[in-house]
Design a protein around this ligand. Structure first.
Ligand SMILES: [Zn+2]
Length: 274
């Protein structure tokens, strides 16, 4: 079984200390895949510090020199992977950046090239801001040869004329009908692959995540955590759950204590597993 960790929202607004506090120790044991915003627009996202929220100014990653240096070193040491997380992330009219738009192809191509040049790495995975994707967004990432962190589904971009879309849909439906948790595979849509994320947030339930983890072990599949460095210290909304970071640590412990589990980057998992 393969285990990976996806963390969203690294941007101009992130400090190296925040990432180091979140992952300095964890990343000694396995890679953390960071979904990075190239030109964050200071909108309503929780990853934007309060004093910037609602200004709608654009903040290129390269203006945060200490973060760029930290990411370069982390990537070259194998502690981090960089993925593309939208282009501006926040849109002034409130729509989700990659759900629709006629500029998405350019944003994916330019955003990817910018991150690859700046961090000196290869980007293989796209993560949609707010997990919102649509047909145009999906087409744009497939054209760039990227894979998707998350699942689009028939309602959000899988081509309805493709038998492969329906085969995948049917497989997921059968899995759910047997009462199983989560989706423990990488999904192959032909022109790109998708890797489902299991949320570790103030709303998540450890019991559900651990059941999904066990299901993934049982089918020798995949378990991908999806979380945010900026909320690891946040208490759970459930009174009987520990803080978010502790829920993450438990999943890491589960994977490290099981010899059948291999911890890899999201890009490695989605590029090689079927
Ligand atoms: Zn985000």
């Amino acid at each position: 079984m393969q285990f990976c960790i996806r963390d969203d929202d690294t941007s101009f607004f992130t400090s190296p200390e925040q990432l180091e506090n979140a992952y300095g120790e964890l990343s000694q044991h396995g890679p953390i895949s960071l979904a990075v915003v190239p030109f964050h627009r200071a909108g309503t996202s929780k990853g934007v510090p309060e004093k910037y929220r609602g200004r709608w100014s654009v903040h290129p990653l390269h203006e945060n020199r200490s973060l760029v240096e930290y990411l370069r070193q982390g990537v070259s040491a194998g502690r981090y992977e960089v993925m593309l997380h939208g282009y501006y992330h926040d849109e002034p009219d409130g729509h989700w950046e990659f759900q629709r738009g006629d500029d998405l192809g350019r944003r994916v191509a330019d955003g990817r090239r910018y991150l690859e040049d700046l961090i000196e790495t290869k980007v293989r995975v796209f993560v949609a801001p707010r997990n919102g994707i649509g047909r145009e967004g999906l087409r744009a990432i497939a054209r760039e040869g990227l894979h998707l962190g998350g699942v689009a589904g028939l309602r959000s971009g899988w081509p309805r004329c493709s038998p492969r879309s329906w085969r995948t849909w049917l497989r997921l439906r059968r899995w759910k009908m047997t009462g199983q948790f989560g989706v423990p595979w990488v999904l192959d849509l032909g022109d790109h692959r998708e890797i489902p994320g299991n949320a570790v947030t103030p709303l998540s339930r450890s019991s559900a995540n651990e059941a999904t983890f066990r299901a993934a072990v049982s089918v020798d599949g995949v378990f991908c955590v999806f979380t945010h460095y900026w909320e690891l210290e946040t208490p759970s909304q459930h009174s009987d759950e520990p803080i978010v970071g502790e829920q993450l640590r438990r999943l890491v412990d589960l994977s490290r204590s099981n010899p059948r589990v291999m911890w890899r980057s999201v890009g490695d998992v989605v590029s090689t597993v079927l």
